[in-house]
Design a binder for this molecule. Structure first.
Ligand SMILES: [Zn+2]
Length: 195
């Protein structure tokens, strides 16, 4: 029961944040606000790229097999498996060094090798891919005009509407920490980008 209460308390701020409506950014009305517009455009550009080819990955080299062939492990993945990475360019790296920010796709192909202990091991082959060119500003505007919208997750910081920014509840509630913003006085809201 105690656990359940703790769980409910920890979930409460999330629920409150979920009720927060996204802020709206109208590109057609953003002409005077060049900096914000550039920031929003870049974020949408990034998001589109991630949807198309995923995020770039940094790999740790386990073994160098050639200038463009490496036994690797993704550095940031939780339970990363070994892969044979085939790159487009030569990489002058040694074991345990990193090959950074590579767009790669894991293929159906496999590579078999004998490990030091003599055991036969098979790994998937990941091939570096060339990401498509980033969306141009012109395409961004045309897509918006055609009715496309984008939601940028937790893009904007707003003053908390529960505690009005001081992170504490009212005197009636003995100035306890505001649960909606966990006492931070602000929360992150999504930004809806429209024409
Ligand atoms: Zn608050």
């Amino acid at each position: 029961m105690k656990f359940l209460i703790a769980l409910l308390i920890s979930v409460a701020p999330l629920l409150a944040a979920d009720e927060v409506k996204p802020a709206v950014f109208k590109v057609s009305e953003a002409g005077k606000n060049k900096i914000a517009l550039t920031e929003v455009f870049r974020a949408v550009q990034d998001q589109k790229m991630r949807l198309a080819v995923g995020a770039p990955t940094t790999f740790r080299v386990i073994q160098v097999l050639g200038a463009k062939r490496f036994l690797v492990r993704a550095l940031d993945a939780n339970n990363s498996r070994s892969l044979l990475l085939v790159t487009k360019e030569d990489h002058n790296v040694a074991d345990d060094e990193a090959i950074r920010n590579i767009y790669a796709r894991i293929t159906e192909k496999t590579h078999a090798y004998e490990s030091v202990s003599g055991a036969k091991t098979t790994v998937r082959i990941a091939e570096e891919i060339t990401p498509p060119p980033p969306m141009s500003q012109e395409a961004f505007v045309n897509l918006l005009k055609a009715g496309e919208t984008w939601t940028l997750k937790e893009f904007k910081t707003e003053k908390c509407k529960e505690c009005f920014g001081d992170g504490k509840l009212s005197a009636l509630q003995k100035f306890t920490e505001c649960g909606a913003c966990s006492g931070k006085g602000e929360w992150k809201v999504d930004l809806l980008v429209t024409w």
